[in-house]
Design a protein around this ligand. Structure first.
Ligand code: NAD
Length: 428
């Protein structure tokens, strides 16, 4: 038996299926490089557990809506499953499986003792009231309750969810257990056992990876960031703080641009604007830009920090940034990857660039287990150490074996998971 091969007809398949095809393609390349046998390849290509649930939600006007929810544990050979929960209307089981698979390689790459998981609900959280969101979250958690737990599978925030969502999950799980279980989720509010530095951890990791990849002073380097949510907004802020000129950012409402000669965007002011208005569109101290043009700007660094499949075979030939650092998971399709590489661009892959989030989630779990909390300085030091070590390991392997950074990162991550399988053996 061999693993599935990517479809040749992307126009006919869902974005989620395309993401899964990309993930399988990357796994296939790494498995080939590692010389893994077909049996092991199939194990690594297949989720360990995959649950689809229906989630009824009572709306404020009395209507009953039913949406689909998912939780996929891709692999648990190296430890409990770990991965975020996404609320997005386009989410499907294929997308969640791809995201769970990337979590497996990411945790292995940065050397934290977790497997990979992901969850999601196909719903648009922006059209729900807070009470509706709470009911939806609690019912979804109730449906996936048999899978999650601090020693089994630990959710965290992702697209469309935040620390309030994590607080509801923690409460729902704890009520069912009969006692408080803070370790069932990470990305919790500080008052419930969250970690200092968790909310900015993914972005801090993206900043550290960007500066490592630049390998020179960031002063004056121009940056465009796609997505101005939890990851994108703080990445823009941290890169601006490091001396970069962030000239363009976008979110689902639009894109805004301010040239480097005008000083670039004032990210702090833009974050205030977004918190007051709900999006970057209409921000007065910048020019409006067509959404997709952001990816093709003449900048030094491009940070896709929105969703999968942003850079494709269609727009990759027009991407002018020499360095692409993936804040999002799966923003570059394999076809685009080949084009970018052929054009001499460097791509710092998602499983390395955005690993800061799961690293500090791990640190949050460690603090919860000890019922202790570290200072933000201690957390940041450990985060920096893990991201920088992983970056130099990936860079060395890429140079030694003539691989791209993505291929090298996958060879390391997949190799560690394969080794864990081989050491554990097969039961029975
Ligand atoms: P979020 O919901 O906070 O933000 C997503 C942002 O993307 C929003 O600003 C949204 O408007 C924007 N967006 C959506 N479609 C867009 C489009 N077509 N063009 C431009 N902008 C668009 O989500 P997040 O937590 O910031 O996650 C973003 C990405 O980072 C996802 O791929 C996620 O899986 C990944 N990630 C998140 C974390 C984390 O800790 N939150 C960790 C690792 C990876």
């Amino acid at each position: 038996m061999s693993i599935m091969v990517p479809s040749k007809t992307p126009a006919l398949i869902s974005p989620g299926r395309q993401a899964l095809d990309s993930a399988l393609h990357q796994l296939d390349q790494a498995a080939e490089h590692l010389g893994l046998d077909n049996g092991l390849r199939t194990v690594l290509a297949t989720p360990r557990r995959s649950l689809t649930v229906s989630v009824p939600v009572r709306r404020e006007d009395g209507r009953l809506d039913v949406v689909q929810g998912f939780r996929v544990q891709h692999n648990v050979s190296r430890g409990p499953a770990k991965g975020g929960i996404r609320f997005h209307p386009g989410t499907d089981i294929h997308e969640i499986t791809a995201l769970a698979m990337w979590m497996t390689w990411k945790c292995a790459l940065v050397g934290i003792p977790y497997g990979g998981a992901k969850g999601g609900v196909s719903v648009d959280p922006t059209v729900l009231t807070t009470r509706e969101l709470e009911r939806l979250t609690r019912r979804y958690v109730n449906e996936i309750l048999p899978l999650i737990g601090p020693e089994k599978d630990i959710p965290a925030p992702d697209v469309g969810t935040d620390e309030q969502t994590m607080a509801w999950i923690m409460d729902t799980y704890s009520v069912s257990a009969g006692y408080s279980v803070p370790g069932v989720v990470t990305g919790k509010p500080m008052t419930l056992g969250g970690s200092l530095g968790r909310s900015g951890a993914t972005s801090r990791g993206v900043q550290i990876a960007t500066l490592a990849a630049l390998g020179r002073s960031p002063e004056g380097m121009t940056v465009a960031v796609q997505g101005f949510g939890k990851v994108g907004a703080l990445t823009a802020q941290y890169l601006a703080d490091a001396g970069c000129k962030v000239v363009a950012v976008s979110d689902i409402t639009g894109a805004v641009y301010a040239s480097a000669s005008s000083g670039g965007l004032d990210i702090a002011a833009l974050r205030t604007w977004v918190s007051e208005t709900g999006g970057v569109s209409g921000y007065r101290h910048a020019d409006a830009l067509p959404l997709d043009d952001l990816l093709e700007l003449d900048v030094d660094v491009l940070i896709p920090a929105a969703l999968e499949g942003a850079i494709t075979g269609a727009n990759a030939p027009r991407v002018r940034a020499r360095l692409i650092v993936e804040g999002a998971n799966g923003p570059t399709t394999p076809e685009a990857d080949e084009i970018l590489t052929a054009n001499g661009a460097t791509v710092v892959p998602d499983i390395l660039a955005n690993a800061g989030g799961v690293i500090v989630s791990y640190l949050e779990c460690v603090q919860n287990m000890q019922a202790y909390s570290w200072s933000s300085g201690e957390v940041e030091l450990k985060l920096r150490d893990l991201v920088e070590s992983a970056f130099s390991e990936v860079k060395s392997m890429a140079a030694a074996r003539g691989l791209t950074l993505r291929q090298a990162a996958h060879v390391i991550g997949v190799g560690r998971v394969a080794e864990a399988h081989q050491m554990r053996g097969l039961y029975p």
